[in-house]
Design a binder for this molecule. Structure first.
Ligand code: BTN
Length: 242
């Protein structure tokens, strides 16, 4: 059963490790997980000196503006379906943002978009019986490094937000999402999946096509002229701008 906001605040206070500066909250959460930390333990940092993104990219979060945190999880679904965790975390962020009045989309496999720009990146790492889900969320401000088009909640919503409240809501929703079945998860992710309306380009097999579904392990299914391409979570997809 899901937590009330009051229970969420109380439990989060018990399970949160807050750091002014650290290298990467994913590394801290991994250490805690290896030492047996319980599910829901979360490491939050004001500044990361070596924040990591997918495929070795760096992740930058301006102090006082964004949220950078990593949560220790024990997903309810079978081990061979753990690849759903990044999409599950994207779903949790999306559902939390929807509750705040935003209209997010999930960009397969690990981003959340607002108005077509990246508002959140997710880095999932598994170890033993646990998973660490690292979440970088652009809450306030609007200065981002060159590269991927990014946006903050403040830029879209027109007013700054209190980060503690956003953290509590995302954290509570994430714990709820990992307790759901994969079928429910798949349907909820599909409903919010970005770029279902046009052509995409995939890095694997170099094809172009249309997104037609999600596979049993969270793969992206793309129908191209050369046939069906099944992208695993190591793959990437880009929108083809008409
Ligand atoms: C990506 O977009 O490639 C994923 C970015 C993930 C960034 C978060 S911030 C908190 C956690 N700690 C890290 O070092 N990375 C993740």
């Amino acid at each position: 059963m899901s937590m009330t906001p009051e229970e969420g605040r109380r439990l989060l206070a018990q399970r949160m490790v807050w750091k002014e500066v650290t290298a990467s909250t994913n590394d801290d959460a991994r250490e805690l997980a290896m030492a047996g930390a319980e599910a829901g333990t979360v490491v939050v940092a004001e500044t990361q000196s070596a924040g990591r993104g997918r495929k070795g990219a760096a992740w930058f979060c301006a102090p006082g503006e964004g949220l950078a945190f990593s949560v220790v999880l024990v997903p309810g679904w079978p081990r061979e379906q753990w690849a759903w965790t990044a999409l599950g975390a994207g779903l949790a962020v999306s559902e939390a943002l929807e509750q705040m009045g935003f209209a997010p989309e999930i960009k397969w496999p690990n981003d959340v978009l607002l108005e077509g720009r990246k508002v959140c990146g997710i880095l999932v790492e598994s170890l033993g019986e646990r998973i660490v889900a690292g979440i970088g969320l652009n809450v306030n401000g609007g200065q981002f490094p060159e590269g991927v088009p990014a946006v903050s909640l403040e830029q879209v919503g027109g007013r700054p937000l209190q980060r503690e409240g956003v953290l509590e809501l995302v954290w509570r929703t994430l714990l709820d999402v990992v307790g759901r079945g994969v079928e429910d998860l798949s349907a909820a992710v599909w409903e919010r999946l970005a770029w279902r309306d046009g052509e995409v380009e995939v890095d694997q097999e170099g094809g172009r096509g249309r997104i037609v579904g999600l596979g049993p392990h969270g793969e992206l299914l793309v129908e191209s002229a050369g046939g069906r391409v099944v992208l695993t979570d190591a793959g990437s997809v880009r929108r083809v701008v008409p």
